[in-house]
Design a protein around this ligand. Structure first.
Ligand code: ADP
Length: 334
């Protein structure tokens, strides 16, 4: 698995699952969202109904899947997981929907990547709890309406703006997840260290939190790599010095930029003289989709004060040049 990227192997998913908070009370940070969600769930429980459809937006690794699982746990209902990219045909979705049980939570990751025909099926399923199953092909095809039991769709997307209006409108509640503050990531780390039986010192937690891109998934990942290092090279205690030495070995820089972050900054400064450059051009330069650059890399780069989004395009800040060890050119655009 990549140390800081998006991908995860089976082993990593298993550890990730073990570290997931199970209740809203255990979930760290995102105070406002937690309060809102708890109101939505309490109200639904009070009425003895399934909760309204919920849309969660925010960069990867901030806890959207975890919250979907928590919704199911708190409502005491089963959970099923699918994703936009997994649904190629409307039939794939019809199969899932037609086997859904009463009250079930259907977690739909990367819902903005759902293929068009499936998306339309989703509209009626969400609104009228019905799917029209098409039988046959061509002129003889008939649509057989199938009633669905009430269920709760929890959709996840990197940004709500990526969703077509009609889909967005079918969610009764939309919550936004923000990047976490270093203090909150320290809490995530202490919690995980407890579960993994790692002895984590205060300066160790601070060091790892500061390099985690505001992202719990990355904090947990880095903790495991630092633990490896501490076990092999030291007495298994994670101090600030050990964390620094370990993260150097794994090429995580002082502010935790990952491969894509660094590629974006490097392209911005080296290929485009610091900008301004359009998002599309920048995405091509780093061989990524626009959306990935905008939704995955940029939120943290903006928050870290390394990149600015201006009306004329993306611009590298003086801090970006300094971070790359380059001198700010005379003509720099700020
Ligand atoms: P997403 O679905 O947004 O990509 P996940 O829900 O899969 O993110 O979370 C990634 C990892 O980070 C999980 O292992 C989860 O336990 C951990 N995590 C996320 N948010 C929190 C939080 N608020 N408190 C504790 N751990 C968290």
């Amino acid at each position: 698995a990549r140390l800081v990227g998006g991908g995860a192997d089976a082993d990593e998913r298993a550890v990730e699952a073990a570290l997931r908070p199970r209740t809203l009370g255990e979930f760290i940070g995102q105070e406002r969202l937690r309060e809102q969600l708890s109101l939505v769930l309490d109200a639904a429980r009070g009425r003895g109904r399934s909760a309204d459809h919920i849309l969660l937006s925010g960069p990867p690794g901030l806890g959207k899947t975890t919250l979907a699982m928590i919704v199911a746990t708190e409502m005491g209902v089963p959970l099923r997981i699918t994703s936009g990219p997994a649904i190629q045909h409307a039939g794939d979705l019809a199969a899932i929907l037609s086997s859904i049980s009463e009250g079930e939570v259907l977690f739909f990751d990367e819902i903005h990547r759902t293929a068009r025909p499936a998306e339309e099926l989703l509209y009626t399923a969400m609104e009228d709890f019905r799917v029209d199953v098409v039988v046959g092909k061509g002129p003889g095809a008939t649509a057989i309406p199938l009633e669905l039991p009430p269920f709760t769709l929890v959709g996840a997307t990197t940004r709500t703006g990526l969703l077509p209006g009609p889909l967005r409108d079918r969610f009764g509640f939309t919550g936004h997840l923000e990047l976490y503050e270093p203090k909150e990531l320290e809490q995530v780390l202490y919690r995980s260290a407890g579960l993994l039986s790692v002895e984590l010192r205060e300066d160790g937690a601070r060091e790892i939190a500061g390099r985690s891109r505001g992202t719990p998934r990355i904090a947990n990942r880095l903790l495991r790599r630092v633990r490896d290092f501490a076990e092999v090279r030291a007495d298994a205690v994670v101090t600030g010095d050990i964390a620094r030495a370990a993260l150097e070995v794994f090429e995580v820089d002082e502010i935790g930029l990952d491969r894509l972050d660094r590629a974006v900054l490097a392209a911005l400064c080296k290929n485009f003289g610091g900008g301004p450059v359009g998002l599309g051009t920048l995405a091509v330069a780093v061989a990524e989709e626009r959306e990935t650059v905008e939704e995955v890399a940029e939120p943290f780069l903006v928050r870290a004060g390394l990149l600015a989004r201006t009306p004329r395009g993306r611009v590298a800040t003086p801090a970006a040049w300094a971070h790359l060890g380059m001198t700010v050119p005379q003509h720099a655009p700020f």
